[in-house]
Design a protein around this ligand. Sequence first.
Ligand code: NI
Length: 139
Amino acid sequence: MADLTRFGISIETKLLEAFDELVAAKGIANRSEAIRDLIRAALVETEWETSDVQTVGTVTLVYNHHTRDLSEKLDHLQHEHHSSIVSTIHVHLDPQNCLEVLVVRGKSGDIKRIADVLIGTKGVKHGKLTMTTTGQDLV
Ligand code: NI
């Protein structure tokens, strides 16, 4: 087990009550685990701010495949960036709409640029880059 340190935090009572309610509502084991999660999230976010750090993420895209040339355009873009796109899941949501989830890996700056191009492609209804981490430097 990792080396643990206990420390005290001064916090407004109302803020702590609100936090405890959030912890309970989210089904998180306890207050300590919730605080560890927040710290890890902040560290992952900081990792992404350094554009040359190797990291991983997912890009989610929703689009209508009947939109003229859109499927071809997205496919072309993904081939252009094949070294950064590790895997793709395609789900036919209904007769018109498609969901694609791309697992991306590389330098955070490159991944952000690729995600921006894909999400910004005309006809993409919704897109989101989820920034996560290789976990290597995270306890
Ligand atoms: Ni489809």
